[in-house]
Design a protein around this ligand. Structure first.
Ligand code: DX5
Ligand code: ZN
Length: 228
């Protein structure tokens, strides 16, 4: 029995958007048919870059009804995870590598009312999650080293998606599998075919000549992968 949602989801990443026009970028995402908005929160410690924080998420919340998927690339995520839910996040994910108490932090996210996710860096095996499957709603697999948009896709993630898909089938727990980094027209269909349910795309959407057409193209590829 398949534990996957009926159709795959696309989450454009605002990291590659024009930060002076976030309201317009959100309206473009809504009009494009993409279903989720990916928000990259970086603290300059877990990753070398600093991006946006709680006040921006509060503003985004007022400007769209699409689910906000907050990817926290921060140390000590327990300190802030529930605050992101209060600010308006619908999905909050924390890095496995940043938190020795994942169970506690995931519980704080669920208790605050959001979907809780664990993120794995390219070098972190999916097997580190086998004793945690009851505690999260989704897993975000990084297909680049986190910190920046526009990096090259690391193909090794295909095998991780397949192993994670096998794990959820074996355990009978319908968590979602999301992939982030270097997603493009070249790999979107194959990622969905391997078992991914949600793809994040930054440069592939916002650096395209027509972001609307780029979303349509990616959604088409994802459907192709789903029905293959
Ligand atoms: C990288 C971020 C990604 C980034 C993806 O650390 O987590 O969400 O925005 O950008 P692209 O799709 O350009 O690789
Ligand atoms: Zn991200």
């Amino acid at each position: 029995m398949s534990l996957r949602p009926a159709s795959p989801l696309l989450a454009p990443s605002l990291l590659s958007a024009d930060f002076t026009r976030l309201g317009e970028e959100l309206r473009m995402i809504e009009a494009s048919g993409a279903q989720v908005v990916h928000v990259d929160v970086m603290d300059g410690r877990f990753v070398p870059n600093i991006t946006i924080g709680l006040p921006v998420v509060e503003s985004l919340r007022k400007a769209t009804s699409l689910p906000l998927d907050c990817h926290l690339m921060i140390v000590e995520p327990l300190r802030y995870a529930a605050d992101f839910v209060k600010a308006g996040a619908d999905w909050v994910s924390i890095h496995q590598e940043a938190d020795p108490h994942l169970n506690r932090t995931l519980a704080s996210i669920r208790q605050a009312g959001a979907k809780a996710g664990v993120v794995l860096n390219p070098g972190t095996p999916v097997e580190t999650l086998v004793d945690l499957v009851d505690d999260f709603d989704f897993v975000l697999l990084m297909s680049v080293n986190p910190g920046f948009g526009g990096q090259s896709f690391i193909p090794r993630v295909f095998d991780k998606v397949k192993r994670l898909d096998a794990l959820r089938t074996e355990r009978g727990i319908p968590f979602l599998i999301e992939v982030d980094g270097g997603v493009s027209m070249k790999n979107a269909a194959d990622l969905v075919l391997a078992g991914a349910d949600c793809l994040v795309a930054g440069n592939a959407v916002f650096r395209a000549e027509s972001p609307m057409q780029a979303v349509a193209g990616l959604l088409g590829e994802m459907d192709r992968g789903r029905t293959a």
